[in-house]
Design a protein around this ligand. Structure first.
Ligand SMILES: *Cc1c(COP(=O)(O)O)cnc(C)c1O
Length: 428
């Protein structure tokens, strides 16, 4: 029977992420979502294993977050941020400054993670222009990274799994070092950063900044690496006079077991991007934080202005719900929640490592990854999970879980059992 949502129209007219318009993979119509449950139009209920791509840390339809949006709606949903300001933006900026390391004191709000990365890149470029070193305009990064889909962000995504070959000649040519090789818990070995060190030695006069996702490389391969890498990276950036940008868009707000992944290393970047879970997954909002010296330098030379200003900058609805989401997170024992999820992921996923088609099983905080030897058949695996009452969306060779922090132990069992069953089917 046909539901209310016209999936034929959807198929014929609406682009979904990274899909073909001629032969799109099936999409499942959702009627509502609440707590950790996504309810399909046909009544099937799925336990959410994805947090809608790192974002919905409190689950869906949370009364506190709903209230924040509706309360704000009563006073104003939006006003331009040029020449005006408002309580939601001022409050949220204060919270972000409080929550992040002390040197990060300046906040630039934008619409999405990708845009916050563009803003970070622009800050780094304007910084060196203002400092009279405009030849420093390339970025150095590591392979297997992901920083978003706009042009500046794409230019620092992994050159093989990213979109470089599609847009050669249009993308800025950045410098790539080997991805961090030293595992999260592995003993540190200086060889682990030698390639990046070498690139800095050779190119530092042309490099504006190093950009990296701290500790967890997300969409570029779900890789975890040693926090010690970041300690050495900070030292090298200082030694060679290069700014350091941390992209915490995926890792921020507790996902790795710390409020921000940089806390695993105790390292402070010059510029930092947050997004995704910033609004608890309610709507799109991101922020780029900068240290005083970055803002002061940009402001000290002509034109003295930082040249960016999105139409919906600091949208009051988004800022209000972000404020409420941060308060909500801090009001709960989220560290314990994430630790419990980590334990459940370890227990539930580690049996997968005995299958011959499994390359690696790894868990950090509320992130669990089963890396297979071969890419999965997305449509088939997706359907398998839906049949088992789980919302899990693999990509490439990766089947992974990153559930909302409010998930219960029995819901965790539904997710990990479904993953084990899927892996047994495809990889034994
Ligand atoms: C998702 C993501 C982005 C891009 O954010 P959008 O909101 O999708 O533009 C950038 N960096 C990292 C690390 C991400 O995970």
């Amino acid at each position: 029977m046909k539901g209310h949502i016209d999936t034929d129209f959807d198929r014929g007219h609406i682009w979904h992420p990274y899909t073909s318009m001629r032969d799109p993979l099936p999409v499942y119509p959702v009627a509502r979502a609440s707590g950790v449950t996504i309810e399909l139009e046909d009544g099937r209920k799925l336990v959410d294993g994805m947090s809608s791509w790192w974002a919905a840390v409190h689950g869906y339809n949370h009364p506190v977050l709903n209230h924040a949006v509706t309360r704000q709606l009563d006073s104003m949903s939006h006003v331009m941020f040029g020449g005006l300001t408002h309580e939601p933006a001022v409050k949220l900026a204060g919270q972000l400054i409080e929550l992040t390391p002390e040197p990060l004191q300046k906040v630039f709000f934008s619409d999405s993670g990708s845009v916050s990365v563009e803003v970070a890149i622009k800050m780094a470029l304007q910084y060196w222009q203002a400092a009279g070193l405009s030849r420093k305009r390339r970025l150095l990064t590591v392979r297997s990274g992901y920083h978003g889909d706009t042009f500046g962000a794409m230019s620092v995504c992994d050159p093989d799994t990213g979109m470089h070959s599609l847009f050669t000649g249009m993308l800025a040519e950045q410098l790539f070092a080997e991805a961090p090789q030293c595992g999260f818990d592995a003993a540190w070995n200086e060889n682990g950063i030698e390639d990046l060190h070498q690139k800095l030695r050779q190119h530092h006069e042309a490099v504006a900044a190093v950009i990296i996702e701290p500790v967890v490389q997300g969409a570029g391969g779900m890789r975890f690496y040693s926090p010690h890498y970041l300690i050495r990276l900070r030292e090298l950036c200082d030694e060679y006079g290069v700014l350091l940008i941390f992209d915490e868009i995926a890792t921020g707000f507790g996902r790795t077991g710390k409020m921000f992944a940089l806390e695993h290393a105790g390292v402070v970047p010059d510029i930092m991007c947050v997004g995704k879970a910033l609004t608890g997954g309610y709507m799109t909002l991101a922020a780029t934080l900068a240290a005083d010296h970055v803002a002061d330098t940009i402001s000290s030379a002509e034109p003295g202005l930082f040249m960016h200003g999105p139409t919906f900058m600091a949208n009051p609805l988004a800022c209000s719900v972000a404020s409420a989401s941060i308060d909500l997170l801090c009001s709960r024992d989220w560290e314990q929640e994430v630790q419990d999820i980590q334990g459940a992921l370890q227990d539930g996923l580690s049996p997968c490592s005995r299958f011959s088609g499994v390359h690696d099983v790894r868990v950090l905080g509320a992130i669990g990854v089963v890396e297979l030897c071969q890419p999965v058949d997305m449509a088939a695996v997706q359907n398998f999970f839906v049949e088992r009452g789980a919302w899990v969306r693999p990509f490439g060779r990766l089947i992974y879980l990153m559930p909302p922090f409010i998930i219960s132990p029995s819901e965790m069992v539904i997710l990990t059992r479904a993953v084990r069953d899927a892996v047994r089917l495809i990889a034994s």
